[in-house]
Design a protein around this ligand. Structure first.
Ligand SMILES: Cc1cc2nc3c(=O)[nH]c(=O)nc-3n(C[C@H](O)[C@H](O)[C@H](O)COP(=O)(O)OP(=O)(O)OC[C@H]3O[C@@H](n4cnc5c(N)ncnc54)[C@H](O)[C@@H]3O)c2cc1C
Length: 391
């Protein structure tokens, strides 16, 4: 790994911090929205979109893109540094789907015409995206999906249901994986589409998560017409495209180690104010601080490999696996450190940290499922990283 970018990267980081200091009001200096930046309520969405527009104006939503598409051709480490700084403060503005996953996927797999049509909306922060992959019967085993897209003239007509779609109730566009050939082997008969969420026939229904937030949705497609020009990678060639997208998602989309580190610092400050915490807790928090650094180095390595044009799929699975499980450990440590009062919810006068601890703990449980279950990450590391045959 080459850290020669050190000074340049640190200068950029300082610029981002100054931007956040001047643009984000104090209520955003806390990681309440760290996993999900805009879907909670209208005010959050308005702020997220305003921030996205400002970031877009600075060219910070297209940092790594080639110059011909308006990018700065920067190392992915810059995009990661931007995400780290924003995420540390729970500050919205980077659409993790559009910027973190869909743009790099389009740059790799889309035609020049498709790039010209869809990249500007991401670079400017105008279009927010969501990801319609999972279905009630297709999660880890995504290739078993049943949503169908049937060719009709220049269009495809889509029927089916997706589930757990984060942010679908506020997104402008989605990526959709649908079956376009039932006769072909499962992985070979699927295609990858870009769909405008305003298209007639799309119905979005809320799913409230165990932390009480509306973040996920069911999305129903009922005779939805998608223009054939929105097919990425060709008919029945969607599988490599979605695998590429998932690598980007695992590698850098959400720097969970930053969310974890910020929360760890918050609980350490809180525990310290109440006097010296017991030795076992002190040591546990210290161990977690080391683990946050390990998560960071894993993410830097995956981003660096990405920038070098080298395969980073195994490293991406390591980042996702390690950092989400770390985040869960930190969330559990928060509950332990705050003691009995720690279980009190937001709104209670006695609740420490505004009742964020139980919210954080409950929200963290989904971390080992979203963007692919931990067992699947372990499977990738075992088979692609260690060359172990599948059991
Ligand atoms: C907060 C959150 C946000 C999400 N956002 C989105 C989104 O925006 N878009 C989207 O498309 N999806 C989204 N998802 C869905 C997510 O991708 C799926 O939950 C995930 O892929 C697991 O699928 P599943 O829920 O069907 O569980 P299953 O695949 O049924 O798995 C259930 C359990 O069995 C285990 N398991 C499954 N297969 C294997 C195996 N081969 N070996 C060992 N263990 C196995 C899993 O690890 C898991 O513990 C989100 C999920 C959550 C929780």
């Amino acid at each position: 790994m080459d850290f020669a970018l050190g000074q340049e990267l640190e200068a950029f980081r300082r610029e981002v911090r100054e931007f956040i200091r001047t643009e984000a009001p104090p209520q955003w200096q806390w990681s309440r929205y760290a996993f999900d930046h805009y879907s909670h309520d209208d005010a959050t969405e308005r702020f997220a979109r305003a921030m996205a527009a400002k970031l877009g104006k600075r060219g910070w939503l297209s940092l790594t893109w080639p110059e011909e598409h308006g990018g700065k051709k920067a190392s992915p480490l810059f995009q990661l540094a931007l995400a780290e700084e924003l995420e540390y403060r729970g500050c919205p503005g980077v659409d993790i789907f559009g910027v973190g996953m869909i743009a790099p996927t389009l740059l790799r797999f889309a035609s020049e015409e498709q790039k010209r049509e869809h990249l500007p909306g991401i670079a400017s922060g105008t279009n927010f995206w969501c990801e319609c992959l999972s279905e009630p019967g297709a999660g880890s085993d995504l290739a078993s999906l049943g949503t169908q897209a049937v060719e009709h003239g220049d269009d495809y007509v889509v029927n089916g249901q997706k589930v757990w779609t984060s942010g679908a109730h506020r997104a402008d566009w989605c990526i959709l994986l649908a079956r376009t050939d039932r006769e072909l082997p499962r992985h070979k008969g699927v295609s990858f589409f870009l769909v405008n969420m305003k298209t007639p026939g799309i119905t979005v229904r809320p799913l409230i998560n165990m932390a009480g937030d509306h973040e996920s949705n069911e999305v129903y497609f009922d005779g939805v017409r998608v223009p054939g020009r929105n097919l990425i990678g060709g008919k029945n060639r969607g599988w490599p495209v979605v695998l590429g997208l998932l690598d980007f998602e695992r590698a850098t989309a959400v720097p969970f180690y930053v969310v974890a580190r910020h929360y760890l610092e918050v609980i350490a400050r809180h525990a310290g104010r109440a006097g010296a915490p017991r030795q076992t807790l002190r040591r546990h928090l210290a161990d977690l601080a080391v683990q946050c650094e390990i998560g960071r180095l894993l993410a830097y390595r995956a981003a660096w490999l990405q920038g070098e044009g080298q395969p980073f799929d195994t490293e991406a699975a390591k980042v996702k696996l390690y950092t989400v499980e770390l985040n869960q450990r930190v969330a559990a440590a928060g509950m332990e450190a705050l003691g009995l009062h720690g279980g009190l919810l937001e709104g209670s006068k006695q609740a420490p940290l505004d009742g964020r601890a139980p919210w954080y703990y409950l929200r963290s449980i989904g971390n080992t499922l979203e963007a692919g279950a931990s067992e699947i990450d372990r499977d990738i590391i075992a088979s692609r990283g260690l060359g172990l045959p599948r059991g």
